[in-house]
Design a protein around this ligand. Sequence first.
Ligand SMILES: Nc1ncnc2c1ncn2[C@@H]1O[C@H](COP(=O)(O)OP(=O)(O)OP(=O)(O)O)[C@@H](O)[C@H]1O
Length: 240
Amino acid sequence: MDTAIEVTDLVVKRGKRTVLDRFSCAVPRGSVTGLLGPSGSGKTTLMRAIVGVQVVAGGTVTVLGSPAGSPALRSRIGYLTQAPSVYADLTVRENARYFASLYRLGKDAADRAIETVGLTGAAGQLVSDLSGGQRSRASLACAIVSRPELLVLDEPTVGQDPVLRDELWAHFRRMAADGATVLVSSHVMDEANRCDRLLLIREGLLIADDTPAAVKRSAGADDLDQAFLNLIRAHEAVAA
Ligand SMILES: Nc1ncnc2c1ncn2[C@@H]1O[C@H](COP(=O)(O)OP(=O)(O)OP(=O)(O)O)[C@@H](O)[C@H]1O
């Protein structure tokens, strides 16, 4: 497997809690990999370690062949945080152009990203005047504007309607088909079905790492909702 992200024995403590405890996983290049797990299980923490903004207590994280956080990776990774990270006092277009300029890209790249997230009609609006879902799409436009090799997306479809969600997923699939690697966290199981691979985390431990079909098969379930419940319960039974 050509690997985009390799995490080995990662330990992260936040406050007094060990959030990830010797966590290991690998994400193949050119894949859409879903990161799933109950609230508080460590998904955001893992993403932060991958993009290099999380203090780690042990282990290694290698991203596109370099240690996570290396300056050389900055222009190769797009990161969408859960809280929109765009300037509220600028328009959608101004935000996208500003982020494009950081990568020495022009207006075309900005306009393309705005179109991809379905905000062309609102491009001239101030971000402060957008709805929550629109604001999160404005943030996504800025994350994808440079067409990064690795996109790390923390719940990118929260608050989006089904049509937009479908379009965004089609776009993630297109980016992977073009060779990019997409790591995306989600709570929505019909979205998980659209991933090439799934990583299921519970309380900082990896309890499944496989294709959606194989996850269902190994859990003896017809749908992913049930498969995850079965896996989590089996895990709880072993832990008890
Ligand atoms: N700044 C912080 N200081 C201390 N503990 C934190 C901090 N941020 C998160 N945590 C704790 O780390 C654990 C993992 O949080 P994380 O945000 O990674 O979970 P998550 O799986 O992304 O959750 P969600 O699906 O709700 O976004 C939680 O127990 C959380 O309380």
